[in-house]
Design a protein. Structure first.
Length: 184
């Protein structure tokens, strides 16, 4: 009888191991099923805890911010160098400025390097033009009412300085009210 008890005890242990292994496998399968479902749920962004982050490529369009395309510039030559105002006006036009008059300085003032003359309405626009005049360029307020700027070139002026690189995000293009073509 001792042998029979031993074999039944071994059978009982074997059944316990089988049951434990089966339960362990089922628990592992449940764990991985829940883990997969949870990762799928997190990846879809349905958790609501954290919205996906986006990197902005431009700042919102602001029509009050002066740009070269909305800035009218008169270019005046206060030197005896022939064609200086015309060459400078052509380069400003290539850089996107709207060019007004191009001629000799009507005020006939002595200018060291360059002078940006402006009225109250054009004061904010001088920041676009003063850096282009080079070192020694000054901004001078006068009594005009419009936002037009005068770039007066003096004897120390040789050429426009490179356009300064922007420090912030560029402005997004102006929103349009006309429909655009869709690629369907």
């Amino acid at each position: 009888m001792a042998e029979r008890d031993l074999t039944s005890e071994l059978r009982h242990r074997h059944q316990q191991r089988k049951a434990a292994t089966t339960i362990l496998v089922v628990l592992l399968m449940l764990f991985f099923a829940f883990w997969y479902a949870y990762s799928y749920y997190k990846a879809s962004g349905a958790s609501g805890a954290a919205a996906p982050t986006t990197t902005e490529t431009c700042r919102p369009f602001d029509p009050t911010v002066p740009t070269a395309a909305t800035t009218k510039v008169n270019v005046y030559n206060a030197t005896t160098k022939n064609g200086l105002a015309a060459r400078t006006a052509a380069e400003l036009r290539e850089r996107g400025f709207v060019i007004g008059e191009v001629r000799n300085d009507p005020l006939r003032r002595k200018v060291a390097v360059a002078e940006v003359r402006h009225g109250a309405a054009g004061r904010s626009r001088t920041a676009l033009l003063v850096p282009l005049g080079g070192k020694g360029t000054t901004a001078v307020a006068d009594g005009r009412k419009d936002a037009t700027l005068d770039l007066v070139l003096g004897n120390g002026f040789t050429a426009l300085a490179p356009t300064p690189s922007p420090t912030g995000l560029p402005m997004c293009p102006s929103p349009t009210t006309s429909p655009t073509k869709s690629s369907t």
